[in-house]
Design a protein around this ligand. Structure first.
Ligand code: FE2
Ligand code: FE2
Length: 195
């Protein structure tokens, strides 16, 4: 190690790992891909959780796509457009989550078998336009709650997964807000009725 590097070690932030150690660590365990020794999370558990997030997003893609095609009736055009836009954004979430699973060394589970039970939100068709909007609002509220919990769970143990989920959460909150606005526009009800 050079003199200046040695001096740098003392003055630089002591909690940072020096470059040499980082390089050595990176060379070892190449098979682990993006998962390095500073990953404090439980990789297997993270993958399991993300499989359920993936299923949730797939179900959202399916539900919004179905609604964007099946929505009919007066003033349904703008609603269909909104559903189609959401379907596309759910597809982006789906892809991001699947890529993260892959990065962590897992195999993204796209198997249709058991999909509904792996998903946090449900696939509900809805009988009419207002029903569809309500079903989507319910699903979004479930997703928002679920992702908020997961963000707290991951904390600093898996920052990349947490940041990804934070980005998704922002969109899900917008989706919930959009559905709430549509519900008011079509039903004039400010809140969902109590079950
Ligand atoms: Fe989503
Ligand atoms: Fe959403």
């Amino acid at each position: 190690m050079s003199k200046s590097a040695a001096a740098g070690d003392k003055t630089a932030q002591p909690f940072l790992t020096d470059v040499k150690t980082l390089r050595e660590r990176a060379r070892k365990h190449l098979a682990d891909g993006a998962v390095t020794s500073t990953y404090v999370g439980d990789v297997k558990r993270t993958i399991d959780i993300l499989q359920s997030v993936l299923a949730t997003e797939i179900v959202c893609v399916l539900r919004y796509t179905m609604h964007s095609i099946a929505a009919s009736g007066i003033s349904s055009d703008s609603v269909r457009e909104e559903f189609a836009e959401h379907a596309e954004e759910e597809r982006e979430h789906m892809t991001a989550v699947a890529e993260r699973i892959n990065q962590l060394g897992g195999k993204p589970n796209f198997n249709p078998e058991g999909l509904a039970s792996r998903s946090a939100s449900q696939y509900a068709e809805g009988e009419n336009l207002v029903d569809m909007i309500k079903e989507n609002l319910i699903a979004e509220r479930i997703a928002v709650d679920h992702y908020r919990e997961l963000i707290r769970f991951f904390g600093d143990d898996d920052i990349t997964t947490r940041v990804m989920l934070e980005g998704i959460l922002v969109t899900e909150e917008e989706h919930a807000d959009d559905m709430h606005d549509l519900l008011i526009a079509h039903e004039g009800t400010p809140m969902l009725p109590d079950k």
